[in-house]
Design a protein around this ligand. Structure first.
Ligand SMILES: Nc1ncnc2c1ncn2[C@@H]1O[C@H](COP(=O)(O)OP(=O)(O)OP(=O)(O)O)[C@@H](O)[C@H]1O
Ligand SMILES: Nc1nc2c(ncn2[C@H]2C[C@H](O)[C@@H](COP(=O)(O)OP(=O)(O)O)O2)c(=O)[nH]1
Length: 225
């Protein structure tokens, strides 16, 4: 790769950030960085930030900005020689400004998915809590029902993914994300994708990234659904 490439992916819960980030990572050889994974690692390791973050996550709240920036920015600092796609951060304007002052982003991908689609998807989402691996009982089911492919441990459904909880989460996402989206729009790096299916959106994202990093050929095995 001739030049480093840095992208952020934004979207409401269930919009496909994790799924699309993984495809980007596999197709273009980028590293997928996820704020949720950073948090889970810190919680598992009982770090000071992890212990604090857990109290917020358990209540369904966002982790405070100063905790998140202190957690995420040093990790990005370790990635100066790598291209990456960042999923789950920034979520607030304060986080976005902190990110801007620590690195130059090439692209922000914003996923705009209808509410009914999000509700449907999340009702089928099961996760492996220890690793954060995400399954969908319809779209990408585990090999054995109810069980994580890698560890064989049981999968769980998050309370947050219930349709009643989703409407509140979505409203909250929109309020908090709007100024972040406006900021990236004003910087001229925002690309918004609207559809009900990841497989429909993916070719557009793939060709957009190919144009930005023409020396990297997408892996053909990952471009078709
Ligand atoms: N950038 C962030 N700022 C504040 N809190 C965050 C941030 N990223 C993650 N969190 C906290 O960690 C929790 C888990 O994050 P993660 O992104 O894995 O899942 P999520 O919120 O269920 O999102 P989604 O449903 O969009 O995948 C969030 O609910 C939130 O409490
Ligand atoms: N039916 C269907 N399900 C999809 C599609 N894209 C992703 N999914 C699934 C995978 C997950 O179970 C769920 C949410 O996706 P995700 O990648 O975890 O989203 P996000 O919360 O990281 O934004 O929806 C899709 O295009 N169709």
């Amino acid at each position: 790769m001739s030049k480093l490439f840095r992208a952020v992916i934004m979207g409401p819960p269930g919009s496909g950030k994790g799924t699309i980030s993984e495809r980007i990572a596999q197709s273009f050889g980028l590293t997928h960085l996820s704020s949720g994974d950073f948090l889970r690692e810190n919680i598992a390791a009982n770090t000071e930030a992890g212990v604090l973050a857990k109290t917020y996550i358990e209540k369904g709240l966002l982790v405070p900005d100063h905790v998140m920036t202190r957690l995420v920015l040093p990790r990005l600092g370790e990635m100066t020689r790598y291209s990456w796609v960042l999923d789950g951060f920034p979520r607030t304007l304060i986080q976005a400004k902190a990110l801007n002052s620590s690195c130059d982003l090439d692209m922000v991908i914003s996923l705009n998915i209808p509410l009914e689609t999000l509700k449907e998807r999340l009702s089928h989402r099961w996760i492996h809590p220890a690793s954060g691996r995400v399954y969908n009982m319809v779209f990408n089911p585990p090999r054995i029902q109810g069980v994580d492919d890698v560890t064989g441990e049981p999968l769980v459904q998050q309370d947050d993914d219930r349709p009643e909880a989703l409407v509140t989460r979505l409203r909250h996402y929109k309020d908090v994300a709007k100024p972040v989206i406006d900021l990236y729009k004003s910087m001229g790096i925002l690309h918004t994708f609207s559809d009900t299916e990841t497989d429909q959106i993916w070719p557009y994202i793939s060709s957009l990234i190919s144009n930005k990093i023409p020396t990297v050929r997408p892996d053909p095995r990952c471009t078709s659904p």
